[in-house]
Design a binder for this molecule. Structure first.
Ligand code: UDP
Ligand code: MG
Length: 326
């Protein structure tokens, strides 16, 4: 189904955590894109870039304020503290008011010009358009390797994800609203969005290196995201533990029968040290793994059961419609 030919009001959502170094260039490129598409009549002049300051401790928020005051098509949203990339993204999506919202990282690793392709798919009727990386030369070998292994593992666990896609995507207004119905506090958007359904498409782009600044995803955060992905979307680890338990018990049962038979047929059976101690260690290990995995899920239940708010907005800064003249 084609959408009406009217110009789209597009919101571009950019989470920023200590991104003062890249901010000017990111703003320049996104603003240039908006103006160009506006001139072509594809975007309405109400389109805005929503910069979500995720509790930055550098100049990021001041730069955002200045951009708004200088008349750039920008809305600044400041979260009350650092809530993490995924939550900042959701905060921006929920604050956005466009017919469609594109989420993109601040560091220009994702190709800004792909937004134009996403818009084309949206105009043709798609509700979700995934930005899919054709290449990933900009990322370190370690990042590429761990990411690849991780997505394969997720696939084995039955979590549906779009491969080579991160959080660079377009969502229609109703897809954003549908996402808002998911009330979980531990977010793994890449797993949640395919669950929405709706007509989805992909566009290919080349992933660049960071334009400036350091990655805000140290190993610790990557592990956190990975754990979230697994425990939020799959009960397979719990099931695996049960299967392992059953296998070990069955094996032990056969072993016991075998020993009994031996004991009756051979009068002299030297009691082995290994056969006593090894199973103790082995079962101890299996139990600890099992408890650990259950702990992960119980911990998650605990956090979700509290139904804590995901974020608080400290400030929103945007032009008053008449002052900007747009
Ligand atoms: N980010 C954020 N809050 C955080 C960490 C990161 O809003 O706590 C933003 C960051 O500013 C960037 C995006 O999330 O726009 C992706 O982060 P980064 O580029 O550092 O991750 P990487 O590309 O290394 O995975
Ligand atoms: Mg990055």
């Amino acid at each position: 189904m084609e959408r009406m030919a009217a110009a789209t009001n597009l919101s571009i959502v950019v989470p920023c955590f200590n991104e003062a170094e890249v901010f000017p260039e990111t703003l320049r490129r996104l603003e240039e894109l908006l103006r160009k598409l506006e001139a072509e009549g594809r975007l309405s002049s109400a389109s805005r870039i929503f910069f979500v300051d995720d509790g930055s401790r550098d100049e990021t928020w001041n730069l955002i304020l200045r951009a708004v005051d200088a008349g750039s098509p920008v809305v600044g949203i400041r979260l009350s503290r650092n809530c993490g990339h995924q939550t900042a993204l959701v905060a921006g999506l929920e604050a956005s008011d466009g017919d469609a919202a594109v989420s993109i990282d601040a560091d220009l690793q994702d190709d800004v010009s792909a937004i134009e392709l996403m818009l084309a798919k949206f105009e043709q009727g798609a509700d979700i358009v995934y930005g899919v990386r054709r290449s990933r030369d900009g990322d370190s070998l370690f990042k590429r390797g761990t990411a690849k292994a991780f997505y394969r593992f997720l696939g084995l666990l039955g979590v549906e994800t779009v491969s080579d896609h991160a959080d660079f995507r377009l969502m229609s207004r109703r897809a954003v609203a549908a996402l808002g119905e998911y009330q979980e506090v531990n977010l793994y958007l890449r797993g949640m969005i395919p669950l929405l359904g709706f007509q989805s498409e992909s566009v290919l782009y080349d992933r660049q290196g960071r334009f400036a600044g350091q990655s805000k995803y140290p190993l610790r955060r990557m592990i956190g995201l990975a754990l979230n992905a697994v425990t939020s979307f799959s009960v397979m680890p719990l099931r695996l533990i049960s299967v392992l338990g059953i296998l070990v018990s069955l094996a032990t049962l056969f072993l016991a029968v075998w020993i009994l038979v031996k004991a009756f047929t051979h009068a002299q059976l030297v009691p082995g040290w290994a056969s006593t101690v090894l199973p103790i260690y082995f079962l101890g290990g299996v139990q600890l793994i099992g408890i650990g995995i259950i702990g992960e899920y119980v911990g998650k239940l605990y956090l979700e059961a509290k139904r804590r708010p995901r974020y608080f907005i400290d400030r929103i800064h945007r032009q008053t419609p008449d002052a900007s003249g747009r």
